[in-house]
Design a binder for this molecule. Sequence first.
Ligand code: SAH
Length: 344
Amino acid sequence: MNIYDHTLSGLAGVLKDEPAFRAKQIYKWLFAGTAVEEMTNIPKALREKLKANYYTDLPRIYTKLVSKIDGTVKYLFLMEDGAGIESVVMPYKHGLTICVSTQVGCRMGCSFCASTVDGLLRNLTAGEIAGQVLAAQKDLGKPIRHIVMMGSGEPLDNFDNVMTFLENAMHEEGMGISARHITLSTCGLIDGIRRLEEKHLKINLAISLHAPTDALRRRIMPVAKSTTVEALTESCVDYFRSSGRRITFEYALIRDVNDRKEHAMLLAKLLKKDAEFHVNLIPVNSIREKAYQKSERHAVAEFAEILKKAGIEATVRRKMGADINAACGQLRKTVLDETKGNSK
Ligand code: SAH
């Protein structure tokens, strides 16, 4: 077991023969990113026992790319079993934000996304998700106080591990990151959204919507076959009501697929609800496996304008790390393909 998979109470459970304060001491060290051998106030014998009983390493950096344009850093980390996963750190005015992966690959099958091309390999454990934050923080020598779960994988398809990760991310003695600095992005698994709501965590929710109608959404996102955009947006109204957090809808603009004026009008109509909704427009990143093209600049501006006129808040996402393959799953895929010897 990865030692970072433990919650504080889990750790206290396995250390029940130790003095009561021990678990908290170790937990604090762990989520401050300190290696077990450097936990100076922990007896050597106990440190050795932990090393013997657990996997205690942070993810290993396999590739690190730094954008010359905006300082975005992209990591390809190697897990204990050799699985490769990506994380991206973006320097914003408000501090560093990390985009973490929650699964190795993904089984949602969205047609524009590189993470899903080879399907799902496995879930990441809570500790492997936390490890991305801790390893990046250690490498950069600066605190990371904002987390978005927008890397590879569908967080609500790995619900329990993500919840454990969140507990440790938000715990005062853990990473101590506030709920309002954490965003979970989902392709819209409604049962998961309801379960998340019941946890009352008050984290931000982002929905990858990408289409205003069921017919179009089903064409580009297989997950849409088991639900409707109406049911999805209603579950968001409920999440907003119970959390008080504004909901973001992500909409990747694909030329001639979902970027026409009528799509913008239908989207405005769909999102006209009694809740704080925000649309994030992202000109789609072309991936090697698909022929999708990003929308033209004027189409993006026009789309945003229609939403705004209809009273829906919309922003166009600033593209970061354009020179380092920073979009979802691209780096992992490129490196995997190259090591398999079939790069193009
Ligand atoms: N499974 C989750 C989180 C991972 S995807 C989700 O679906 O939200 C993170 C975001 O990147 C999603 O909004 C996803 O739709 C978007 N995305 C994936 N591939 C993209 C591409 N090629 N161009 C633009 N956005 C993309």
